[in-house]
Design a binder for this molecule. Sequence first.
Ligand SMILES: [Zn+2]
Length: 62
Amino acid sequence: MKLDETSTKFLKIKCSKCKNEQVLFERASSKELVCLVCKTKLAYSTGGKINITGGKVIKELN
Ligand SMILES: [Zn+2]
């Protein structure tokens, strides 16, 4: 298996509800990604990149 280094990164997301900062994998396979603190839905997977719905990207980590 070949690693695709250009298209995968981690996103630091700030929850819009409780301001918790959490790192999400940009290509997470889970359907729903929730805040670990308040359980707000932060993002969902589209099969490719995730869509951020309940928070804000504050940093991209390669
Ligand atoms: Zn939260």
